[in-house]
Design a binder for this molecule. Structure first.
Ligand code: SF4
Length: 280
């Protein structure tokens, strides 16, 4: 996409991006689910994985959301210091979410946290949730990751004592055990270690965007093996694949703290990106 873009074209591109995220899983996620189905020996889990794969195929073919919980809209925006949009990007994203909710359509999920009043259009104070990163360059990269409540509700965060590094793996396992079948496994597990209370949670969510075919390090492999040994399995019905992948992101933290966040993602690991500008 060229960097000189009208507000209308930008809004339409974001509506299209939302449609893609809701109706098509990234190929690396589909591949991981296919591999899990091939390897699965538990008949019930195998048939669940086949149903999930069929569901993904139908959603893509007919351009309909792959799950009834179309999530709340989380955006990651990477903006080049030389990118000049000429309009209010946040307001345009908000307008795109309202349009997408009506057009795709998406379930209106956004409510006031206390009155529980639904805005009816997936927007409201703080929603869509947009995270900005300023980088060198002339481009704007927008990633949307619609997040369902079933998996988000089973995530957790703990402020550890710095001497408890050895307990991190158990904390992830405890989170997965407590979640059981609620977050619709097979999961992708994002772990954020370090930063501050909120930065750890952000790292964990960003970790969910890592391609599933990324080579895992020793800690990630250890956690994945331990999680899959739990036998929770696809949709909590047993089997060998409770999680497809584990990704850990770290940041420096205060010498007196060790924040650890575990963000759980269901099989519907939805995200899509678009880049504007950057070619001049
Ligand atoms: S956890 Fe995921 S797959 Fe399950 S209902 Fe929620 S969005 Fe859908």
């Amino acid at each position: 996409m060229p960097s000189k873009i009208s507000r209308e074209t930008f809004i339409q591109s974001i509506v299209d991006l939302l449609r893609k995220a809701e109706t098509e899983l990234p190929e690396d996620v589909v591949d991981a689910l296919r591999k899990a189905e091939t390897a699965e020996e538990n008949d019930v889990a195998k048939s669940q994985l086949q149903t999930i794969l069929k569901n993904i195929e139908i959603a893509k073919k007919h351009g309909v959301p792959m799950c009834q919980d179309t999530g709340i809209m989380i955006f990651f925006a990477e903006i080049g210091s030389e990118f000049q949009p000429g309009f209010d990007i946040e307001a345009a994203i908000q307008e795109a979410v309202i349009l997408a909710t009506a057009k795709i359509p998406l379930r209106p999920n956004a409510v006031d946290p206390l009155s529980r009043k639904n805005s009816g259009n997936n927007t409201g104070a703080g929603i869509p949730d947009i995270h900005w990163k300023l980088v060198p360059g002339k481009h704007l990269k927008i990633t949307v990751a619609p997040k369902g409540a079933g998996s988000e509700n089973m995530s957790s965060l703990r402020m550890f004592n710095p001497t408890e590094i050895g307990n991190i793996k158990n904390f992830v396992l405890e989170t997965v055990v407590n979640a059981g079948g609620m977050p619709c496994p097979p999961l992708t597990i994002g772990v954020g270690i370090g930063g501050s209370f909120d930065a750890a949670a952000r790292l964990a969510k960003e970790a969910l965007l890592e391609p599933l075919d990324t080579q895992m390090d020793v800690l990630e492999k250890e956690i994945l093996e331990a999680v899959n040994a739990l036998g929770i399995g696809c949709m909590g019905l047993g089997g060998s694949t409770t999680a497809l992948s584990v990704h850990v992101k770290t940041a420096y933290c205060h010498t007196a703290s060790l924040p650890v966040a575990v963000n759980i993602q269901c099989w519907a690991n939805r995200h899509a990106s678009i880049v504007f500008g950057g070619e001049e």
